[in-house]
Design a binder for this molecule. Sequence first.
Ligand SMILES: NC(=O)c1ccc[n+]([C@@H]2O[C@H](COP(=O)([O-])OP(=O)(O)OC[C@H]3O[C@@H](n4cnc5c(N)ncnc54)[C@H](OP(=O)(O)O)[C@@H]3O)[C@@H](O)[C@H]2O)c1
Length: 326
Amino acid sequence: MIRLATIGTSAIVRTFLGVVRGVDGIVPAVAYSRDLDRARAFAADNGVAEASADLHALLSSGEVDAVYIASPNALHHAQALRVLRAGRHAFIEKPATLTAGEFAELVDEAAAHGAVVFEAMRSAYDPAFDEVRRLLPELGVVRAVSFSYCQRSARYDRVLAGERVNIFDPALGGGALNDLGVYAISALVDLFGEPTDVSASTIPIASGADGAGAALLRYDGFVAEVSYSKIAASARPSEIQGERATLEIDHIAAPARLTLRRADGTAGVHEIRDAAANTGAPELNMEFEVRRFLDLVAGADAAPDHARTLAALRTLERVRAHSSPA
Ligand SMILES: NC(=O)c1ccc[n+]([C@@H]2O[C@H](COP(=O)([O-])OP(=O)(O)OC[C@H]3O[C@@H](n4cnc5c(N)ncnc54)[C@H](OP(=O)(O)O)[C@@H]3O)[C@@H](O)[C@H]2O)c1
């Protein structure tokens, strides 16, 4: 049984704990917060037995096997290093780190301590993408990809009111590319590999972060367009266009429905799950990443997982480096 500690007391940790409870082999053991009262209140609200505000004591206590890290992005690397150096497994929210170099360091550290390091990229483990892969040959030669994740954040109103908000704070690794664009980039490199060329435009907001942006990523024979926003919303689906058919994906982070429209006018709809499940909580597909994490802890080879994370992080870095403000 893997005894899990959590770092962070926000909504995603609450959702994650709900998902973990439905999976055998892992049990929430300790809730960590920087503030002990908050840790206690969070633990009580979420049925977690222990609370802690002392990460060092928690990691050396022998009561925890793995730590789910859901702090602001810029903190992941340093916290994961501490977790791995204590010989515990690190289950890190996306994006795992801000650079591929930082993640490579975690991979080395994990190997040195016989631990697992894992990026919680929930979409990568969603069986919907197995179905996408199964349908790809029907598309013929791929000629265009358009992946989009644009969802206006309620927290943007606080930025507009002049507040400092973590998810829009560049010093904490906030912004639309890291928060939502990462899903599209991860799916893209997972399906098609790394692009040969990248260009991008970004929409800066008052906090200094990117509120939105768009990237063009060139591949052999096609161009992929990725758009992401936390300041405006879109119901536009994602799409892979081939010479024989186009595949429409309704939600790039948690596909509920895939629609294949063939050049001959016929179409096929592949229902993955009830789309209503995505209306409130697309994060429920975290279940699949939890199961994969347990497989890795049990000894499965993490090399493909690490390769995907590194490719996505390298591509995010290229998008950032080639972004010009609009
Ligand atoms: N997989 C998904 O669907 C999903 C969804 C949402 C977010 N996420 C990921 O989860 C992570 C957290 O995102 P979030 O929006 O929940 O972040 P957040 O609310 O800004 O912060 C998360 C937690 O980190 C601690 N924290 C806040 N500011 C901190 C600071 N300056 N220094 C140290 N700790 C701080 C807080 O816990 P205490 O104050 O109690 O210590 C807070 O509850 C991010 O990596 C994000 O990408 C994933």
